[in-house]
Design a protein around this ligand. Structure first.
Ligand code: FAD
Ligand code: DLZ
Ligand code: SF4
Length: 516
């Protein structure tokens, strides 16, 4: 009897567990553009367009193989708008022995299918999503009995188990981590390299027009859409990165430059997260570049660590505890300022980072962590509101990867489960790693008053506010030494300076700010 096989929008891999044994003679593939998924948060328009375009191209490639694909377009008048409704509609049109799915990537959707299993007249066969190096069971085993879950130790285990960048059981080159050689500012006067982008074809143009009509109230623009939407394009993008940018990836990893959103970053996260690429093939390509002498070890190790280490690790944390994102360890309650949606702020670094987020549905890691995330941390923005924002605005944002990065890494809202100390920094860090400050109406060297970079007073008010929670942390001893012996009046002044800086951040945008 025929089998119905569901492929979700972030499962576009031919090797997917639920597709691997599919028989074109007998089985039907179900793919659905559903309002429930597209509207449960106000996803960036470009993100919805990328997912629908990639889904439609993937469906076409399955049809080319001879499969029957039951595909619901969002604007099909019969589309019920939910996974459950579309499964029922497909089942009404054929006789199936079972529904085969690959486990969803998010608790919310996993719950939906667990509930559906009780109601559906045919069994649901749920298969493990094995497009990762580390299964959930393996992560749980690793985490068992540990007091802290530092990524670095997890990463070493992953290196040993996969053999990536290993030589005779030891890390290639003798060290696990070469960050000491990486992370330089972008050299002055050197233009940013141009990056590969894929002009939308007829299918993608149709989808963009659909998104512009149906998601008017969603964040972001679509004019600069250039994401890969097929496996062939994703492989081309990967190839371009490995050849032309990986050798300099390490040096430029933390650099920020005005009007240069991409620098040497790989830009592969969206394609990787929806299934057009697999982590193993990416890491093997990078390793091969080092072994053949085409890229230095420091760059290759730094890049592989992001995928083999961080990406697998945050997924493990996400599934280990379904309430991981609910805590608020630093008791942060401020609402998101309006400029998170408009980029209209005189803080040039924020305006750049948010402006290009709107234009490209992209910002690189340091902009996310040390500019936007750092602001949210220091200003005490509510963690759930910040999670929601990060989930909405990036083309690569899926809850399993977004949530731990925001909650644990950027906001320290998990109380230190992920990071041994908050990634809190004053304006000096951004000044060192970018050219932003020279175009800003604030001064990173000024600590107080109207001209002070808002990060400076916010940094001290953050430390003051959280002293009881953070001062005992040995890694915070140095900054807290500055607060020893301060009087109550001085504390009040620190708090007032922080509040004034928060208000200044929402002031009118300077002329020089990113014009998007
Ligand atoms: P590159 O800099 O080229 O890195 C290579 C790859 O490594 C990425 O494509 C990604 O797959 C992986 N990677 C790097 N850092 C991380 C990380 N911390 N966690 C997981 N994978 C990582 N990544 C997402 O994929 N989706 C998100 O929603 C997301 N939200 C983030 C939110 C915050 C606050 C922070 C600090 C980081 C977030 N990241 C997220 C991680 C990282 O910023 C992005 O993966 C990266 O910027 C994507 O761009 P790229 O492909 O050019 O990455
Ligand atoms: C993110 C997303 C969006 C915007 N739309 C759809 C959709 O219409 N159909 C679909 O199958 N998947 C979509 N997705 C991805 C799903 O939200 C994703 O598969 C879940 O996160 C799975 O847990
Ligand atoms: Fe950002 Fe401060 Fe530099 Fe302005 S001065 S760009 S606000 S770090």
């Amino acid at each position: 009897m025929s089998v119905l096989r569901l492929v979700m929008g972030d499962q576009l891999s031919r090797r997917l567990a639920s597709l691997r044994d599919a028989d074109p003679e007998r089985d039907v593939i179900l793919m659905v553009e559903v309002a429930e998924e597209a509207r449960h948060i106000r996803h960036h328009k470009q993100k919805i367009a990328m997912i629908f375009a990639a889904m439609r191209h993937f469906a076409q490639s399955l049809r080319d193989e001879g499969f029957e694909v039951f595909y619901s377009k969002l604007d099909d008048p019969q589309n019920t708008g939910s996974f459950e409704g579309e499964i029922a509609r497909a089942m009404a049109q054929g006789a199936y022995s079972r529904l085969v799915i690959t486990e969803p990537s998010e608790w919310r959707v996993a719950d939906k299918f667990d509930a559906l299993a009780f109601r559906l007249p045919i069994p649901i066969e749920k298969r493990e999503d094995d497009r990762f190096f580390c299964s959930q069971a393996r992560f749980t085993e690793w985490a068992q009995g540990r007091k802290s879950f530092r990524m670095e130790y997890f990463y070493r285990v992953m290196r040993s188990e996969t053999g990536l960048l290993m030589e005779n059981g030891s890390p290639a080159g003798g060290a696990w981590n070469y960050d000491i050689e990486n992370r330089k500012p972008w050299p002055r006067g050197v233009p940013a390299p141009s990056r590969i982008a894929f002009a939308p074809d007829a299918i993608t143009r149709d989808v963009i027009s659909l998104v512009e009509r149906h998601f008017v109230d969603h964040f972001g623009e679509t004019a600069d859409f250039g994401w890969p939407v097929t496996r062939a394009q994703a492989l081309e993008a990967l190839d371009d990165f490995i050849r032309n940018h990986l050798p300099s990836f390490g040096d430029a990893q933390d650099a920020m430059k005005t009007d240069a959103p991409f620098l040497r970053h790989s830009l592969i996260a969206p394609a990787l997260n929806i299934g057009l690429l697999e982590p193993r093939e990416i890491c093997l390509r990078a390793e091969e570049a080092w072994r053949s002498g085409a890229a230095p070890l420091a760059s290759v190790e730094g890049f592989i660590r992001q995928i083999l280490g961080w990406r697998e690790y945050v997924r493990g944390l996400y599934w280990r505890d379904r309430d991981y994102g609910a805590s608020n360890a630093l008791n942060a309650h401020e609402e998101l300022p309006e400029f998170f949606w408009t980029a209209d702020t005189p803080m040039f670094c924020m305006s750049q980072s948010i402006g290009q987020t709107s234009r490209y549905a992209y910002a690189h890691h340091i902009q996310r962590l040390m500019v936007i995330g750092n602001f949210a941390l220091l200003a005490g923005l509510n963690p759930q509101a910040v999670q929601n924002w990060f989930h909405i605005v990036y083309a690569d944002a899926f809850e399993w990867v977004e949530l731990p990065n925001v909650h644990g890494m950027a906001l320290h809202a998990d109380g230190g489960v992920m990071a041994s100390k908050p990634y809190a920094a004053s304006g000096a860090y951004i000044d060192r790693m970018s050219d932003y400050c020279s175009s800003c109406s604030f001064n990173p060297k000024v600590k107080t008053g109207d001209k002070a970079c808002p990060f400076n007073p916010l940094y001290w008010s953050f430390l003051e506010r959280n002293q009881a929670k953070l001062a005992a942390n040995p890694r915070m001893a140095l900054p807290y030494r500055r607060l020893v012996g301060v009087t109550e009046a001085e504390r009040e002044n620190i708090r007032a300076e922080g509040e004034a800086a928060f208000a200044r951040a929402s002031g009118p945008r300077s002329q020089a700010a990113f014009d998007f």
